[in-house]
Design a protein around this ligand. Sequence first.
Ligand SMILES: *Cc1c(COP(=O)(O)O)cnc(C)c1O
Length: 404
Amino acid sequence: MSAVANLNLPDATGHFGPFGGRYVPETLMHPLQELEEEYFRAQHDPEFARELSYYLTEFVGRPSPLYFAERLTKELGGAKIYLKREDLNHTGAHKINNALGQILLAKRMGKTRIIAETGAGQHGVASATVAAMFGMKCVIYMGAVDCQRQELNVYRMKMLGAEVVPVHAGQKTLKEAVNEAMRDWVTNLRSTHYILGTAYGAHPYPVMVRNFQRIIGDEARAQILEKEKRLPDMLIACVGGGSNAIGLFYPFLDDQSVKLVGVEAGGLGIKPEMHAARFQGGSLGVLQGTRSYILQDEFGQIQSTHSVSAGLDYAAVGPEHAWLRDASRAEYTYATDDQALAAFMKLARLEGIIPALESAHAVAECMVRAPKLGKDALIIVNLSGRGDKDVAQVADKVGLQMPK
Ligand SMILES: *Cc1c(COP(=O)(O)O)cnc(C)c1O
C-alpha cells in the first residue's frame, strides 16, 4: 500500500493505515462504541459547536496569540520564528481544549463522574478544572513518581476538588496511570466518562482528541496568513502522545510546502531505557488500546523510558503520527534533556517566556533548524504549555540557589 497522508483518516474502524484501531477487553467495546456514536452525533450538532466555542472563548481565553519571537529570531540569525501561545490558555497548556470538548460530551451522555490519567499533571489539572466547572465528581490517576516531580499540579487538582490517586505499580509513571484509569472505567461504566488526555488509545479517542485540538492549527493558519500573507515553511511541536502536535499539524496536512517536524524526548541519549523517542528504535505493537510504534524489547515487554519532562515520558506514540511518519508527510526527531533545559533557559532570558519542559523540546529543535534556513523562511513553534510546574525541577538541574 502506498502511504499518502490525507485528511480523511481514520477510516470507519479507526485505522490510519496499519495503525490505530480498537484493541480492548470485550467489556470496553460497548462503551467505546457508545462514545463514538455520541461523538459523531455531537460533531454534526450546531448546538454542540456553539457551546464548545463559547467556553473556548470565554473560559479558556482563545484564540491564543501567534507571537513573533523577535529576539530569538535575531539571536539564531535565520528563519523568522513565531510561537503559538498555548501556554496562555487557562490552566496553562493545550490540554484544556480537549478536556472541555470531552466533558461537554460526557454531559450529553448523562455521565456524572470524570476520570483521567495524567503524566505532567497538566491533563489532570485540565480535567479537574472542567469537572469543577460542570459540577462533576473527578478522580485523577497519576504515577507516584510523577506526583513527586509535579507536586504543584497535585495540589492544584486537590484544590479543584478532585481526588488524586497515586499509582505505585511498575515504573510509577503515565503508562501505569492509564492502566488504573482503564480499570476504574470498566467498573464504573454507567456513571463515568474517561477523559483521555492525548491523541492515543482505542478508537474514537485519537480522532476525537485530534479534532478537539485542531483549533491550534486552524487558528495558527489564519493568524500567519494575516500576519505574513503566506503559509509557514515549517511547523515544530513536541510529541508525547501527540495531541498538541497533531492539533497544529492537521489543518496543514494538504499543504505540501509546509514541513511538519515532531520532536520526541531524547532523554539521556538514544540508548535502551534512557529516552522516550518511539521513532528511534521503537517497533510496531499494541499498547493500551491501539496499534502504533512502541518501545518494547524482543519479547514484546514494554521498555522503561526516561525524559526530564513527565509529559513526554511514554513508551508509545499516537497512531496518526506513526501514519504520518510512514507516509513521509511528517518528520520526527528528538531533543535530549540537556538540549531541552538549555532551550528552556534561552526562551526565558530572550523572550520573557518560561515554557513547559515539554514545549522546550520543540524550542530546542527550532534552535537547530532556524539558523539553517534563510531569513525569509517562517517557522511556527507550538508552545504547548507554560513552565510554572517545572521551575523547581529546572532550578535544581541548572543549579539556581535561593538568595541568602
Ligand atoms: C501533556 C503535555 C504534552 C505532551 O502531550 P501531547 O499529547 O503529545 O501534546 C506537551 N506539552 C505540554 C505542556 C503538556 O502538558
